[in-house]
Design a protein around this ligand. Structure first.
Ligand code: G4P
Ligand code: NA
Ligand code: NA
Length: 190
């Protein structure tokens, strides 16, 4: 998505060789018009997949997942993060490490909002190491639903997340691929 590359160049801040701050677009502020364009792009790419639900993890994935769900006219379900695992017979839970926060969190999705009849499209903002994504993928698989694919706004190609997920045979579509953040410069890939 060219418009997104432009906005990342204008509004992203390279914090290190590993981390690109995208608070202006994804993690603190969202531009509804740009976000709807992202949603239309994902909806178009997965138009023939028979998606019945869009799924994400709170919080930064919610806006673009909502835009995608609105375009596809299906519900959006967001997995919750909780500090402790309370016994909930309806909940599918996974423990995941968080790259940016340096802590472990539990993500939870109630069986009430996902079932074996669903065809699920997982939308997320940024894929880095893919720990959070793998956690939600495990939850989707345990629910019995079919995962038709994963759509991410920004794929950081120099970290292993996207590659390992594709190696599992999962379709992963990204709107923008970043191959390097070295020397304070954002380099995009094809
Ligand atoms: P992920 O790739 O599945 O997201 O897992 P990973 O463990 O690699 O990343 C953990 C968190 O760090 C994710 O946010 C991810 O979006 C964020 N992150 C990783 N690299 C970058 C980066 O270069 N820039 C920014 N802005 N974020 C990055 P999260 O923990 O899911 O939190 P939230 O944003 O939803 O609150
Ligand atoms: Na994030
Ligand atoms: Na996210």
């Amino acid at each position: 998505m060219e418009v997104l590359k432009q906005r990342i160049l204008e509004e992203g801040v390279v914090l290190s060789d590993q981390v690109l701050k995208l608070d202006a677009l994804l993690n603190h502020q969202v531009d509804p018009i740009l976000t709807m364009e992202m949603g239309r792009e994902f909806a178009g790419r997965f138009a023939d997949a028979g998606v019945t639900r869009v799924v994400t993890v709170e919080s930064s994935g919610i806006a673009v997942a909502f835009a995608t769900a609105l375009e596809m006219k299906v519900p959006l379900v967001f997995a919750r993060r909780k500090k402790t695992l309370l016994a909930d017979p309806d909940a599918l839970c996974e423990r995941v490490p968080s790259f940016t926060k340096g802590i472990v969190t539990d993500i939870m999705l109630s069986r009430q909002y996902i079932s074996a009849d669903d065809k699920v499209l997982f939308i997320d903002d940024i894929i880095a190491n893919g720990d959070a994504a793998r956690g939600l993928i495990k939850i989707i698989q345990r629910s019995g639903a079919e995962l038709v694919g994963l759509g991410v706004v920004v794929e950081k190609c120099f970290q292993a997340g996207a590659r390992t997920i594709r190696e599992q045979g999962i379709r992963l579509e990204s709107l923008v691929r970043i191959t390097s953040l070295e020397d304070g410069k954002v380099v995009f890939g094809e």
